[in-house]
Design a protein around this ligand. Structure first.
Ligand SMILES: O=c1ccn([C@@H]2O[C@H](COP(=O)(O)O)[C@@H](O)[C@H]2O)c(=O)[nH]1
Length: 275
């Protein structure tokens, strides 16, 4: 458990290092382009090099669990080390696992990622609300008690998402807006901001969502490799990007394995967000 809430920890990290969230996504194609074998040894080299280059420079480091799980127990052990080393380097580690299940099973995911000092306990995780926002209750309660955060999928960056997430509920709101509103309800009154963030892609059309009452962070993937620019981020989220964490993985990682080149890619992305 940490003394400060996740909202305060994130605000301090962003004030010190800016809002960029850098992803550690060990795609097989990236391992090959770094001259590495597509196996657990190549994964380890890739992930630890990326963590060494990125974690000291960004507020949030986001390892994508799927690429580690693909290598079995050895891959999950590398993920554990990325979480540990990322935190030691001063980044908040947001584990991108997109978990969501019935409440009783969510209890097990909660104990894996959000409770105590387990091997995969991170500063925050991504969660899927598509078994109902209420099914995430235990994860949200535990995160708050532990000073950790969650980012709930609302309007994701992929082109297939719109039909489901922009579908209308009986009250006229979109499914995505209802997720944002549920998150806002959990964050109400928290200062300097709540611990329930939402995921809204940098690729989505402007004006789809009302984020004004959220009082929490917005993870905005799609910046970089999926085509969204700093200009798009401002168009979707407004000037100054209040509370927004633009997330980029492949567009930074393609500059490896040279640490200096990776660091320059981070600096370029950070500069573009300041223009
Ligand atoms: O809506 C979403 C939610 C999560 N992601 C994840 O972010 C990164 C994006 O990687 P890039 O290489 O910068 O495209 C990846 O881990 C996704 O699983 C997302 O893209 N969109």
């Amino acid at each position: 458990m940490t003394a400060a809430g996740f909202g305060a920890r994130l605000a301090a990290a962003v004030a010190a290092r800016g809002p960029l969230c850098a992803g550690v996504d060990p795609h097989p194609a990236l391992l090959r382009s770094w001259g590495l074998s597509v196996d657990a040894a190549g994964l380890e080299r890739f992930a630890l090099t990326a963590t060494e280059a990125l974690a000291p420079r960004v507020s949030v480091l986001k390892p994508q669990s799927a690429f580690f799980e693909a290598h079995g127990p050895a891959g999950v052990e590398v993920l554990r080390r990325v979480v540990e080393l990322g935190r030691q380097a001063g980044a908040l580690v947001l584990l991108d696992v997109k978990r969501g299940d019935i409440g009783s099973t969510m209890a097990a995911y909660t104990s894996a990622y959000l409770a105590g000092t387990g091997p995969l306990a991170a500063d925050a995780v991504t969660l899927s609300p598509y078994l109902g926002f209420g099914s995430l209750g235990e994860a949200l309660d535990t995160a708050r008690a532990e000073g950790r955060g969650v980012f709930v999928l609302a309007r994701t960056s992929n082109p297939e998402a719109a039909a489901l997430q922009n579908a209308r509920l009986a009250d006229g709101r979109t499914v995505a807006q209802s997720i944002v509103d549920d998150a806002a309800g959990r964050n109400a009154g928290m200062a300097p901001g709540g611990d329930v963030g939402v995921v809204v892609g940098a690729t989505v059309p402007a004006g789809e969502l009302d984020l004004t009452a959220l009082n929490g962070p917005v993870l905005a993937p799609g910046f970089g490799a999926q085509g969204a620019t700093a200009h798009d981020l401002r168009r979707v989220f407004g000037e100054g990007l209040p509370g927004v964490l633009p997330a980029s993985s492949r567009d930074i990682l393609r500059y490896g394995p040279d640490i200096a080149a990776l660091a320059e890619a981070v600096a370029r992305a950070q500069d573009s967000l300041m223009e």
